[in-house]
Design a protein around this ligand. Structure first.
Ligand SMILES: Nc1ncnc2c1ncn2[C@@H]1O[C@H](COP(=O)(O)OP(=O)(O)OP(=O)(O)O)[C@@H](O)[C@H]1O
Ligand SMILES: [Mg+2]
Length: 491
């Protein structure tokens, strides 16, 4: 019920505040609200640019405004309303309060106060302007006063601040509650995917020592494609062709790389070369992949609820996925015992399966898989584990974020088998840093290692891509060494 008491009903058509959920038994401080003029509309609010520093009068006005709102409007009920409608109504109420309280604010300040309050009540508070920027990849909030962003691979501190720990904590709670999750000091960790697809992690004190800590990997609406990576200088044109052939030939691929080095992005790019008839099942902790094929099933793990029940981890999801007749299985990030399930799947008729993992070199990636499997199933002898890896993984692609912030694909490596108890790999393509340009950007080149017929040639030939593979490798060998092909551009 929206109306608080009979007075409201006697007033005829509901005013803005009346349309909002009211706190029970609060006095109607907006009795004359119907006499008020035009209120800022939602679009007025959206147009507010990044704000100049607030004056003392403005800060006081905002405080008094918030007090009036909290006194009269049932904020938690408002948060449950349709966002656009709630924002519109709230903007009107704010305008009413400004007039009633005779607050001395310019038109620009009125719009700004309404935007900021709506952002705090419904959205991400001071983070909203950062979220609206398309050039930002990550937003990292280390306590209320230290907010960093990543732009073009480079991390920088912003002027944006929360008032205090409480303000930040309330924002964290609201963010995760939008997707049905909850954080507090007894559940201080939360991983979630926001409604817009962004990935968010919250960790609170006592685990985070400097106050609530929030990390957002912003969802990019314009997903990157392999040709964008070529334009950015992340891979050479021949290297991109090689990756496309690897994806189309149903090779089993591990994308390895450091944190934020572009693993998920590359995996996503490679999926564009899958046959549209294939049934693909993706498994992720927070769904980020955006496959374009018609026959895709996306699955997401679920953490346990507050009572520790109802959790579905990656291993359980993997087991279920195998009953869903997948043709390709894509695991967003392999980080535990599910590595064994993925390898088994790769080995048992699910060619073309892929996953990412955190490792610094292709050799490290092999060791990481080994460790993940032995930690999950100590009973398996190490030789068996290695044979499994050698028998199932075809290609390891290594991504890296260099010190100038650029992302490069530094290795395309083949797993070619075993020599005794050692897994043998061979690089097909490597990136070498050659120097630094005047702007501090690293220059480099993508060099073919001269392998003319890789082990996966037969797979490529089976899909009619044998000649293209040979050509791509020739091109890589012949062209990549030329200086004009050097990668210096930054994303
Ligand atoms: N080749 C590239 N050039 C420029 N930007 C890129 C490139 N690849 C990825 N990015 C950007 O870098 C950010 C991180 O990318 P991505 O999520 O793919 O990394 P990741 O390695 O999967 O990270 P994590 O380890 O956190 O899962 C994103 O904002 C993405 O748009
Ligand atoms: Mg990732």
């Amino acid at each position: 019920m929206l109306f608080g008491n009979d007075n409201d009903r006697r007033m005829g058509a509901p005013t803005a505040v009346q349309r909002l959920p009211r706190k029970a038994s609060t006095r109607n401080v907006f009795e004359h609200s119907e006499k008020l003029g035009r209120a800022p509309t939602a679009s007025d609010l959206r147009e507010v640019p990044v704000a100049p520093p607030a004056t003392e009068a403005y800060i006081q006005a905002k405080k008094s405004m918030l007090a009036a709102l909290f006194e009269t409007v049932d904020i938690s009920a408002v948060s449950d309303m349709d966002q656009t409608k709630a924002r519109r109504e709230m903007a009107k109420v704010i305008h009413e309060i400004i007039t009633l309280k005779k607050l001395r604010l310019s038109t620009a300040e009125q719009s700004r106060i309404a935007t900021e309050i709506c952002d705090e009540l419904f959205g991400f508070g001071p983070l909203e302007p950062l979220l609206a920027r398309q050039d930002i990849g990550d937003i990292m909030v280390n306590g209320p006063k230290n907010i960093f962003i990543e732009v073009g691979g480079v991390v920088e501190k912003t002027d944006v601040q929360f008032r205090d720990d409480e303000h930040l904590l309330a924002t964290c709670k609201r963010i995760v509650s939008q997707v049905g999750r909850h954080v507090d000091s007894s559940n201080p960790v939360c991983d979630a995917r926001l409604l817009d697809g962004s990935r968010v992690n919250v960790i609170l004190p006592p685990l985070a020592l400097k106050g609530p800590t929030l990390t957002i990997r912003k969802f990019k609406k314009d997903r990157l494609r392999l040709r964008d990576l070529v334009d950015f200088g992340s891979i050479s044109p021949a290297g991109a062709k090689l990756l496309a052939i690897i994806a189309a030939s149903q090779c089993n691929v591990i994308v390895s790389g450091g944190t934020g080095s572009g693993k998920t992005t590359l995996l996503n790019c490679m999926t564009a070369f899958f046959d549209r008839r294939e049934r693909i099942i993706t498994l992720e902790d927070a769904a980020e992949l955006q496959l374009q094929q018609p026959h895709v099933v996306s699955l997401e793990t679920r953490p346990p609820n507050i009572e520790g029940k109802g959790g579905v981890n990656m291993t359980a999801l993997m087991k279920n996925c195998l009953r869903m007749r997948p043709e390709r299985i894509i695991v967003g990030e392999v980080r535990g015992p599910e590595a064994l399930d993925l390898l088994q799947a790769m080995n048992t008729g699910h060619d073309g399966s892929m996953g990412t993992l955190h490792a610094n070199t292709p050799r490290d990636a092999v060791s990481r898989i080994e460790t993940m499997i032995t930690m999950g199933t100590a009973a398996l002898p190490i030789l068996t584990v290695r044979e499994m890896i050698a028998g199932s993984v075809d290609i390891i692609v290594q991504t890296s974020r260099l010190r100038d912030g650029s992302r490069r694909i530094t290795h395309i490596t083949e797993v070619i088998g075993m020599n005794g108890d050692i897994i043998i790999t061979q690089d097909l393509l490597r990136h070498e840093i050659t120097g630094e340009d005047k702007r501090g950007n690293l220059t480099g080149r993508f060099a073919s290692t001269g392998i003319a017929k890789p082990k996966f040639y037969d797979k490529a030939a089976y899909f009619g891509l044998g000649d293209r593979l040979t050509k791509a490798l020739e091109e890589a060998g012949a062209l990549e060494a030329r200086p004009e092909n050097q990668a210096a551009k930054r994303a």
